[in-house]
Write a protein that binds this ligand. Sequence first.
Ligand code: PLP
Length: 419
Amino acid sequence: MTALTENGPIDRDSLSPMDSADPLAPFRERFLIPDDLIYMNGNSLGPLTIAAKERMHSVVINEWGRELIRGWNTAGWYDLPCRLGDKIGSIVGAAAGETVVCDSTSVNLFKAVAAARALRPDRGKVVTESGNFPTDLYVLDGLQSFSRENIELDVRQRDDVTAGIDSDTAVVVLTHVHYVSGAIFPMAEITKRAHDNGALIVWDLSHSAGAVPTNLNECDADFAVGCGYKHLNGGPGAPAFIFAARRHHETMRQPLSGWFGHAEPFKFYDEFVPANDIKRLLCGTTGVLGATALEAGVDQILEADPDEMSQKAIALSGLFQRLVTEHCGEFGLESRSPPDARNRGAHMSYAHADGFAVMQNLIARGVVGDFRAPDNMRFGFSPLFMRYTDVFDAVEILREILTSRSYTAPRYTETRSVT
Ligand SMILES: *Cc1c(COP(=O)(O)O)cnc(C)c1O
């Protein structure tokens, strides 16, 4: 890759050679992204892949259409949660048989935290971060109110989280890459602190999987969950994944004991006997269509070099940051992300008093990021389909919008249900 000079202005022409030399550049052709868009939201909804489009057609027409109920055996539907779980597991540093695909991230978090809590019956404290992704906090709140055993939630400021992990702690629940700032928690270090205090840990990898190198087993993590529709490109509302370290498989129990988690679901027994492996984290029937699209998205990532992906995400986000400082410095944008791109995942946020309207204006101009209340504009840097020149063009459009104040037009301040 051609390196940029450390100082001095960057012109667009100096970025084209970086795109040409980019080892990941061929991956862009696998995605169906409209030509007139600079898509900076792969961290929120990954774009459609050609593979997913083709697999969806085939699963609907050939498998559902022709195989019908036989497809559970003949088309591999029954094995899908484990087969796809293993593929995702290989991306996040799990061994085969430690990850399954099912349900949503929210539901999987409920199962994972309940299972971890039950493995520490003599302790009641669950430590998490304030400002964590809201569903994580809401799920903990729900779990607390439905638990027979007492659960004390200890919700702490980010820099105070580790101090809260002590000998009363049953479970630590943290998101590896923060959904607004992109800040990365040191997974190995915090996991060790939890274990040194006799606690278990549940990592939410929603913004990590497919973007940031993650090694659950090297860190000795206990449980993890994560999202299928973000960097894994599984499509809107794709199923999520859940991981449990092998050492917990025989003792862990989770409260959503449905028939797919049974040792012998097709014996139709009255009593629930959990499967003796990772399948005990399943609940009900697999959403085959959604999981099929996710498998196609994941297959693309499996072909990419994870180090190249992470280096490029860092380079793209570092470039964006430098260009924003250079070209938009006078407009009161305030970075909400760690200053060094190596310390954040594949997205970053800028606060602006009119952030919502500026983002709506950007979207209308074909630069698609998103907005996170109260005032954050969030930009994603997906290494498999973004180009360095895209970053340049996006910042130019941002500068035009801020200079002209076109975002003050009433149509950009109308609120919508999804931001
Ligand atoms: C996106 C995200 C989720 C999503 O949860 P769903 O149940 O899929 O809606 C959960 N946690 C974090 C940290 C996320 O970033």
